[in-house]
Every structure is written in C-alpha cells, then in structure tokens.
Design a binder for this molecule. Structure first.
Ligand SMILES: NC(=O)CC[C@H](N)C(=O)O
Length: 434
C-alpha cells in the first residue's frame, strides 16, 4: 500500500509514460502463402481469418499512417521493422470544419486486411496515444500476427514476388492450407470503387485556387497539403465525368489508390479527353500518375514486389518548380505497379524521375514544348509518413494554376501582370503532421 502511494504520479506528469496494452491473446495464428510456406505465431488482433495479397514495407515508423492509407486495401502488410506498436495509436478525430479533413490519420480507419509483425510492443508511450495497436486492431476487426520471422518472410517475398496469402487465426491456424484456387486475388477487383468517395464534396470552399480532385482512395494528407496552401478543393468520385464540369476549375489532381490501375480504364479515357481539350495544370500521385501515364499512351505493368517504405531514393531527370534535375530525393512509396519506360516516350512527354534502386519510372511530365503543365509522380510527396523532400511539389502545382489563371485574365492595355506576385502566398515550407 505504502509503496504504491509513493510511486503514483500526478496524472499530468504520468501522461506520456509507457502504458501496457493489457494481456495479448493466446490464440495461435498462421500466415500461409499460396506458394506453400507457413509462419506460425500468436494473434494480437481480431480473431478472424482473412485472405489478402502479402506485401512488405520497409518503413521504420508511421505504422498508423500506413495502415490507414487506402492504397493498402486488400493487402496483408508485413512490417520489416521488428518492433511495431511502441508509440500506440492517437485518436483519429479531428474537428470537422471546412479547413481540415476531419481525420488525424490517413482515412477513417484501418484499410489493410491484416498486419504481420515480428514483435508487437506490449507497452506504448506517446503523448497523443489513446490505445494500443492490439486494441485498435481488435476494435477495427483486423487480424494481426506477432512472433514470426518477418525477415524470412520479406526475403521470400523479394525472391518470389508479392504473394497471395491467408492469415489464419485460432482453430483455422492449424487447419490444412487452403487449396490454391481459394486464395482471393485483390487485383481482379476494382478496389478503387470501394474506397473512392461516392459523392462530390468540398473543402475550404473560399480558397483562391479551385482544384478538382479525382479520388481513387485519397490519403488525407494530400487533401491537407492542398487546403493548407489555400486551395478550394472539390473531391469527386474516381470515374466522375470531369469534362462536364472542368471549366469551373483551375487545376486537376489525381490521387493514390489501391489495386491494379488496369481496373480504372474509365478514368483513363475521361483523362485522355481532358488532356486533349483542356490546357490547365494536372498533377497525379501514384495511382494518379499511372492513370496520367496510361492516358498519355504508356503501359503500366506489375512489379515483382513493388516499393513500399519511406526511404526510396529517386533521381530527378528534369527541373520543374522546386525540383532540380540531377538531385536525389528520398521519398515515401507504396506501389505494386509502375509505368513502362518506353523509347521513344510518347510525343509531348518526358521522364521526370527514376528510382535509384531499381530504375523504375518514378515520374513523368509534359515537355516544355507541349505547352501543357502535367506531372505524375509514383512516390508520395505528401509523405505521412516519410520525408518531406518533395512536399513543395504541391506549392509548385498551385503556383502553376495561379500563373495559368493570371495569364488567362484579360489584361487592360498598358498593364502587366506580374506572375511572381501570385506565387508563394503560403509559407515556403508548410508543417505537415506526421
Ligand atoms: N499508392 C498507390 O496509389 C498505389 C497505386 C497502385 N495501386 C499500385 O499498387 O501500384
């Protein structure tokens, strides 16, 4: 009694001290790969079994942001960093007003099908944490396994490529492996349709530059990055007939999204028409970049194991805005597909970035001679998580929209518009919450 009263801290002081997750479940869990390998461990999430595409991420931090990124839909996410969960989970409720997007993390909840970790943290400590990783998974109905050799799993996936799998929990964990045809393949489904908004909505309607966002599964930090730079953002379903309303906007943005870009041909044909008939700036990230590339005439292909992590180096091959040719930028990535490097490139287009590890195409842009301002990047400039090396691409995009708008304003004879005065109304570097 006496000892307890001595070590008890006032609540204000104890905030941020390590908190126990509570007892972890004793249920067995098995990760089975379609290729026949099994990994046995312990369940710490929801007691149900799921199928999914097994992928690995080399990110060291930001399990909260990765798990809520809609691009992970349908995937069993293996973290190569051994200790996961040590800073817990923050509350995901942000004030819903026109200036913000209503969530702290990257979407309303967990998007991946399941997670695989070597060593789930039984204690967590962070000033914003309200619960443990285990409790979040259980509450969100997401299965999770700990106590498996994630290094061995990753080496397998690197060799044989992203593999269909099943995370089996409880009695299922020792049941015979499913037969090959039973493994669900998310790439044959239109996952984008499941995560895209079903109706258009607006953020920051009084913003100066009007941006339409085609939502393939948008990460919240993309919307924050636009709104914080004072864009009025209208988010549209992925296959919305943008061309019927395009004249209301100063620029078009295409977001990230899950699954096979080949499932989104409807968006490719809408965009092809836009690029032929509309001259305003267009910017796309990840899935958005793949859609732009396909509309430009490039082909998308499935990589062996893709790139997932927050430490991918890309080399800029051309300069544009804040990006300087010849520099290497460290980027956040989560993709399985990429655009094929064609020689020659389609007319009016050029490669923008290339991956320093595997030489895959990391970005394309319209050529200066084309008279257009269109960029696509395979990586995530908005990070969340990851480095902010390329965050200013959002400023560059909005600057181009301002310049384009200014050039189209009828100028009274004798007056000149100084395009630079339209630029950089926002601080050069905007703080982004990781
Ligand atoms: N993050 C993304 O937008 C991913 C795009 C696409 N689903 C891929 O895996 O390549």
């Amino acid at each position: 009694m006496f000892a307890r009263s001595i070590i008890r801290l006032p609540t204000t002081l104890s905030r941020g001290f390590a908190t126990h997750t509570g007892p972890l479940s004793a249920l067995p869990a098995t990760l089975r790969l379609k290729t026949g390998q099994s990994f046995h461990g312990r369940s710490f999430g929801s007691p149900r079994s799921v199928f999914g595409e097994t992928v690995f991420s080399t990110s060291i931090t930001s399990y909260t942001e990765s798990m809520t990124d809609p691009s992970y839909r349908g995937q069993i996410l293996v973290f190569t960093t051994p200790l996961i969960g040590n800073y817990g989970i923050p509350s995901n409720n942000a004030p819903i007003d026109s200036q913000d997007v209503g969530v702290v993390l990257e979407s309303q909840g967990i998007q991946c099908s399941a997670i695989v970790v070597a060593d789930v943290a039984e204690k967590f400590s962070h000033h914003s944490a309200v619960e443990s990783l285990a409790s979040w998974c259980r509450r969100s109905n997401i299965p999770a396994i700990t106590g498996v050799d994630t290094r061995a799993i990753t080496r397998l996936l690197r060799d044989q490529g992203t593999t269909l799998g099943r995370l089996a929990i409880g009695a299922d964990a020792s049941a015979p492996a499913p037969v090959s045809e039973q493994y669900w393949d998310p790439s044959i489904e239109n996952l984008v349709d499941q995560v895209s908004t079903k109706y258009p909505y607006q953020l920051n309607p009084t913003g100066k530059i009007k941006i339409a966002v085609l939502d393939f599964g948008v990460k919240a930090n993309i919307l924050r990055s636009l709104v914080r730079r004072n864009a009025a953002v209208t988010v549209l379903p992925w296959n919305y007939d943008f061309n019927s309303i395009r004249d209301k906007f100063d620029g078009l943005f295409l977001t990230n999204g899950p699954g096979n870009p080949g499932q989104c041909m409807e968006a490719v044909s809408i965009l092809r028409k836009t690029l032929q008939e509309w001259n305003k700036p267009v910017f796309g990230i990840c899935m958005g970049h793949q859609i732009i590339g396909m509309a430009a005439g490039l082909e998308a292909y499935r990589m062996t194991f893709g790139n997932r992590g927050h430490n991918q180096p890309v080399l800029a091959l051309a300069s544009a805005g804040s990006i300087k040719a010849g520099r290497v930028y460290v980027t956040s990535q989560n993709h399985q597909y990429a655009l094929k490097l064609s020689d020659p490139f389609p007319q009016g287009w050029e490669p923008f970035f290339i991956n320093c590890n595997d030489s895959s195409v990391e970005g394309i842009k319209s050529t200066p001679e084309s008279g257009k301002k269109v960029w696509g990047v395979q990586f995530h400039p908005e990070s969340a998580g990851g480095p902010l090396d390329t965050i200013e691409m959002f400023t560059d995009f909005l600057d181009e929209c301002r310049v384009h708008k200014a050039e189209n304003v009828k100028t009274p004879v004798g007056t000149t518009i100084d395009a630079a005065s339209f630029m950089r109304e926002q601080p050069a570097r905007v703080q982004v919450t990781a």
